[in-house]
Ligand binder design. Sequence first.
Ligand SMILES: C[S@@+](CC[C@H](N)C(=O)[O-])C[C@H]1O[C@@H](n2cnc3c(N)ncnc32)[C@H](O)[C@@H]1O
Length: 291
Amino acid sequence: MALPLEESVPHAPEPSAAEDPELEQLEIELLLEAVYRRYGFDFRQYAQASLKRRLWRRAYAEGLTTLTELQARLLHDPRCMERLLLDLSINVTAMFRDPSFYVAFREKVVPALHTYPFTRIWCAGCSTGEEVYSLAIVLDEEGLYDRTRIYATDINENVLATARAGVFPLAKMQQYTQNYIRGGGKRDFSHYYVAAYDAAQFSRSLLDNIVFAQHNLAMDRAFNEFNAILCRNVMIYFDKALQNRVHGLFYESLEMFGVLALGHKESLSFSPFATKYETLDEPERIYRKTA
Ligand SMILES: C[S@@+](CC[C@H](N)C(=O)[O-])C[C@H]1O[C@@H](n2cnc3c(N)ncnc32)[C@H](O)[C@@H]1O
């Protein structure tokens, strides 16, 4: 079961209510501008409430009492930036997370992918890779993996390193096995990994057709044309303007009749691109580009 999002944030005392909200807002804007100009990470359009909470918690965890002090530390200490990146990028994930998504993917997306001789799939915001390995397993079981290339990207290099290693805690395998079965799994889940001490090493053959790369949805451009794009549990952290930017990027990156899979927490409904897609599966927010 996925951890509640807030559990991924280091525990720290709640900040006292800002004495001067306008000053606090100014400090946040200056800090985000500083982060952007110094490191190129653009969090200026992230949803405010959760961003503010995470900045304060990072400040407390560093033993600081104002966001201006945090800004100074971030500018002078790249390791502090790495810690903040981990706080902000919220890497909660799981194998076969929301199993019903994989049932819908098998039923509604796989037949469409079978019509192509070769497919390219972009998994955007892939975190530590559990979603990508799940996707590779589904494609393998559906006879598609050998003719697919998966591009798995995230803003955060640290999570990509974990994803490339393909080693996940053995303690999670029981839950992942349940997810896998509920997601329409066709084999014994242990077929895909080897247990060693407290770790599960996933089969290297699952990596054969996966390319992991850093890509920032807030700043970077389209880099290929895809038959399908998965981006689940990522855009919920973005404000409306950034969500629209990302929808533009996905629209540009999808071939005609390509599939956009957002998962049940996101929606295309209020985006300017809504009319350019038809719905393949409403509960799992799976769409197909039609215009
Ligand atoms: C909650 S995880 C979702 C992981 C996976 N998609 C899932 O549903 O289990 C969100 C991921 O989005 C990534 N992310 C956040 N902002 C991003 C950005 N601007 N560009 C690319 N990835 C980003 C984070 O680093 C994090 O790994």
